[in-house]
Design a protein around this ligand. Structure first.
Ligand SMILES: [Ca+2]
Length: 705
């Protein structure tokens, strides 16, 4: 719990994660939180207003175009900026006319951010649309394309020759980037959990697949542990001792980097070594890790020419500009890209009713898309891939991410924030029917597929998978997280949840329902990985009608919070059905939950009416401690059905004795899934769950994109 305290403390330094953001929040917008009954919530429709538009003005951009053209289909522009300026002109002439910019096929190398502001806005009924021409693929690339013919096999004359394994030499190819005018390689940076955020250095992608900066040991997908060294012992605050002689090979590289979980299993950090002492087997780093080195913790080394050992590994000699790659297959015909742009590909500041559709945004060193303020910005059918940082960060209202594919991001997939917690004004932002996978390439911890913060936003029908940490991180009020499928997340995590939030007594009005969370496990020992994790006295949400299957830790991990409903869920083949505790008294003085409530003006309107159970919490620490406020009162755990869980419940601190309701649970009965072998976990009509009084059907077939 101490670690969690430190963790959230640190999280609050992250962008979009201020006091009003990282925190989470009780009941739906429509009903006060007066009891633990089963009333149906009615959420307002969210997202952009979809009104009938007038016929659109059309502009065209093509790689074969010219900015002196008029922008017609036969005389297209070459640059997006020319199209933007033409859109502005049309909007000035007729602000209510819809304009569509069609991008013809090809890869548009971006050397600067496309900046849109209020003057580039459409209206709710006539949005400005930027989209790929039907049937064509258009990509905005924050990097440079490398012609496959530029690559040459290395020869014995190459300085790399003697540093590579004999069997590798004949496969490795090289390209002189500087000879092609590419000289900005960016910088590898101190990055990670709790470290000030920074952009990625130049990265390499082949046909959209991130190549691995040569490392040791190599990543091992079947036995992840083998992909790491471990700290033998801590020598001092900046120095560790290692075992083995491999680092003796690395002395020729001036910038050896390391990525590790240095002091615990929930914070990762990229660190540069200042000295590797191969005689004494020690590595000294530039700075101390956020959490002190601990023996046994895993790490690996990277940015090492000598460690190009398997296909897909590469290395850039920053002094000569020569890039070395061990290609997975022949490069001929491949799209080879190095990321260049240190700024987002597209930045919208105060722009409204702008839609990007059916485009690819890829290969920047920063976020791909940044939307700040405005309303009704829509990302529809985009492929957002291979960002150095995030796919998209969005704040404002009625923004939508729909049918997008977000993958290969260095940090989280999409960060969405909107609404105001004090006034409880809704953001009505929506993330739906999108896929998030293989995100968190650089920073692993607390980088989810998507994050929701603020008030009144929705994440529904998404598919999230294959990542080191959470699927969804959320916080705020009146958020709805429903019908998402999440699997194979938290793979290199501990003390994490597929859907996670923590440390907020004001997390009221939130509903987590009808999600399918399955196959969640980690190779790291520690505090386990869970389905829905309500950490460190988080209070208020409803967790209803979810299906948990094969979760290594607990399906429901309840960290001592109040006024929570965990009902009507199916918990099958998990480590534990419900893990619960009463940690409140032991952590209250280490966390700032009461201070946060006071900042939210929780005893004033509209909170007082909307969340009466929250408003009833006393506003002084002394009063809180004098009562039972630190205990999990008002919690319902009912009408859940378990099957073949290793344990049905793990209860610490007599937690369940404080619950308001525990009834009609079925601890261990076959739920009679329709087709378990094919992961169709819909319930057959004969399912015993349906015999539970008041059990509501779970719309399993509606889950996912
Ligand atoms: Ca290697």
């Amino acid at each position: 719990m101490m670690r969690a305290f430190e963790r959230l403390f640190v999280m609050c330094f992250l962008p979009l994660c201020g006091l009003g953001g990282c925190v989470l929040d009780e009941e739906p917008a429509t009903a006060p939180d007066d009891d633990v009954t089963d009333e149906e919530e009615t959420f307002e429709p969210v997202g952009e207003l979809d009104l009938q538009a007038e016929p659109a003005d059309e502009l065209y951009v093509s790689l074969s175009g010219n900015d002196h053209n008029s922008g017609t289909v036969d005389h297209p522009f070459r640059s997006l900026e020319s199209a933007r300026d033409a859109v502005r002109e049309r909007l000035r002439a007729n602000p209510s006319r819809s304009v569509t910019v069609w991008l013809r096929a090809g890869r548009y190398e971006r050397r600067a951010t496309l900046e849109l502001g209020a003057q580039d806005s459409g209206t709710a009924s006539a949005p400005v649309v930027w989209r790929a021409y039907p049937g064509e693929r258009a990509s905005l690339v924050g990097g440079r394309l490398l012609d496959p013919s530029w690559f040459r096999p290395i020869t014995s004359a190459s300085p790399a020759w003697s540093r590579l394994d004999t069997e590798v030499r004949t496969h490795v190819v090289q390209v002189d980037l500087s000879a092609h005018g590419i000289t900005d390689y960016g910088e590898l940076k101190w990055r990670g959990f709790g470290v000030p955020a920074g952009t990625a250095a130049m990265e390499l992608f082949v046909d959209g697949v991130p190549q691995e900066l040569a490392r040791f040991p190599d990543a091992n997908s079947t036995e992840p542990k083998k992909g790491f060294l471990t700290i033998t012992s801590k020598v001092n605050a900046k120095t560790i001792r290692y075992t083995g002689d491999r680092p003796a090979r690395w002395t020729a590289d001036s910038q050896v980097w390391f990525h590790g979980l240095w002091g615990n299993t929930w914070a990762d950090e990229h660190k540069r070594a200042t000295r590797i002492d191969t005689a004494n087997h020690t590595i000294t780093f530039v700075e101390e890790p956020k959490y002190p080195f601990k023996a046994g913790q895993p790490f690996y080394a990277y940015n090492l020419l000598d460690e190009i050992t398997v296909p897909g590994e590469w290395y850039l000699d920053r002094d000569t500009g020569i890039l070395y790659l061990y290609p997975k297959t022949t490069l001929s015909g491949k799209a080879i890209v190095v990321s260049m742009l240190e700024e987002p590909l597209v930045k919208l500041s105060g722009a409204s009713h702008v839609r990007f559709q059916d485009l690819t945004f890829e290969a920047g060193r920063n976020d791909l898309v940044q939307v700040t303020g405005g309303t009704g910005v829509v990302l529809d059918g985009l492929l957002l891939r291979n960002a150095g940082r995030r796919g998209a960060t969005m704040s404002g209202t009625r923004h939508v991410v729909r049918r997008c594919e977000v993958t290969g991001t260095g940090e989280r997939g999409v960060a969405m924030q909107g609404g105001d917690r004090v006034s409880l004004a809704r953001g009505d932002n929506l993330i739906e029917r999108s896929r998030f996978f293989k995100y968190g390439r650089w920073v692993w911890m607390y980088e989810p597929g998507l994050s929701l913060h603020g008030v009144g936003n929705v994440a529904r029908k998404n598919l999230i998978y294959e990542s080191p940490h959470s699927g969804i991180l959320w916080g705020g009020n009146d958020q709805l997280i429903e019908l998402n499928e999440i699997h194979d997340v938290c793979r290199s995590a501990s003390d994490a949840g597929a859907i996670y939030s923590g440390r907020d007594w004001g997390a009221r009005g939130n509903v987590i329902r009808h999600n399918f969370i399955h196959h969640v496990s980690t190779w790291l020992s520690g505090l386990g990985v869970h389905g829905v994790y309500l950490d460190d006295t988080l209070a208020g949400p409803r967790v209803e009608g979810n299906v948990f299957y094969k979760i290594q830790g607990a399906a429901l991990k309840h960290g001592g919070g109040r006024d929570i409903r965990m009902v009507n869920n199916i918990l099958a083949k998990c480590g534990t059905g419900l893990a619960t505790d009463a940690r409140g008294p032991s952590i209250f003085d280490k966390i700032t939950v009461l201070e946060k409530l006071i900042e939210l003006r929780y005893q004033a309107e509209p909170w007082r009416t909307r969340y009466p159970k929250c408003a009833a919490i006393p506003n002084t620490k002394a009063q809180v401690k004098a009562g039972k406020w630190l205990y999990p009162e008002g919690v319902a755990f009912s009408r859940n059905l378990g099957w073949q869980n290793t344990k049905w419940q793990k209860v610490k601190g007599n937690a369940t004795s404080y619950f308001a309701e525990i009834k009609d649970n079925v601890q261990d009965q076959n739920p009679l899934f329709v087709d378990e072998a094919h992961l169709n976990l819909a319930l057959s009509p004969a399912s015993p769950a349906l015999d539970i009084p008041g059990f509501q059907a779970i719309p399993f077939d509606d889950i996912g994109p």
